[in-house]
Ligand binder design. Structure first.
Ligand code: 13P
Length: 185
C-alpha cells in the first residue's frame, strides 16, 4: 500500500538526516476518513510497513498495532485543516534549541524559508501525547505549515508526505542558520 511505503521511506530518511533521534518523532498521512500513522514505540530508522497503524479521523483504531502516542496532535491538525494530507512531527536538535531560547516565532533567515514557510510560530510547552499539546500546537500553527513546540520538536504539514518532510528539513535549516548567526554577535 502506497501510504505504508511512503511512511517507511520518509521515517528512515528523517532519522538519516538527523531530523529525529532515538525513539522520537512520528509521521502520518490521511486518505479520506483514514489516517496512517507510525505505531507507538517504533523507532523511525527501523520502521517497517507492519509498524504503520491505521485510525479513523475520530480516533478509532482500525489496525492491530497501536498508533503513535501523538495521534491526538495528528488528528487535531487533519480535522482543522482539510487541505492537509500529511503531518510530520520530528525532534531536530537546532529546532528544539531555538524553541527553548525563543518565544513567539523563529526568525525567517532565507528567501526559501520565506517562500515555503512564511512564518514559524512557537507553541508553549505542554506534556507529550496530551490533548493540551494537540490543542495548543494547532492553535499556534493556525494557517501556517510549520510550528515549533517548545522544548519538544516541530510539526510541519503538506499536501503530501514529501512536502511535509522537506518543510521539516527547511525548518531545521532555518533554526540552524538562526543559531549560527546569533552566536556570531
Ligand atoms: P511514539 O513512539 O508514541 O510515536 O512517541 C514518539 C514521540 O515523539 C512522542 O512525542
Amino acid at each position: 500500500m502506497i501510504e505504508r511505503m511512503a511512511l517507511v521511506k520518509y521515517s528512515r530518511l528523517a532519522h538519516e538526516r538527523g531530523l529525529t533521534a532515538a525513539f522520537g518523532g512520528n509521521l502520518s498521512m490521511r486518505r479520506g476518513n483514514l489516517v496512517f500513522i507510525k505505531a507507538t514505540g517504533a523507532v523511525m530508522d527501523e520502521m517497517t510497513a507492519g509498524q504503520v497503524a491505521v485510525i479513523t479521523l475520530d480516533g478509532r483504531q482500525v489496525s492491530g498495532v497501536r498508533p503513535s502516542s501523538e495521534y491526538r496532535l495528528h488528528l487535531a491538525i487533519y480535522r482543522g485543516r482539510p487541505d492537509v494530507r500529511a503531518v510530520a512531527h520530528l525532534h531536530p536538535p537546532y529546532s528544539i534549541a531555538a524553541s527553548s531560547l525563543l518565544e513567539d516565532e523563529l526568525p525567517i533567515v532565507t528567501p526559501e524559508a520565506g517562500i515555503y514557510l512564511g512564518r514559524i510560530p512557537i507553541a508553549p510547552f505542554m506534556p507529550a501525547g496530551t490533548e493540551e499539546l494537540a490543542e495548543t500546537t494547532v492553535a499556534e500553527m493556525g494557517d501556517c505549515d510549520a510550528v515549533l513546540m517548545a522544548r519538544h520538536g516541530l510539526v510541519t504539514v503538506g499536501r503530501s508526505l514529501r512536502e511535509a518532510f522537506y518543510k521539516a528539513e527547511l525548518v531545521e535549516e532555518s533554526a540552524k542558520l538562526w543559531y549560527m548567526s546569533m552566536t556570531r554577535r
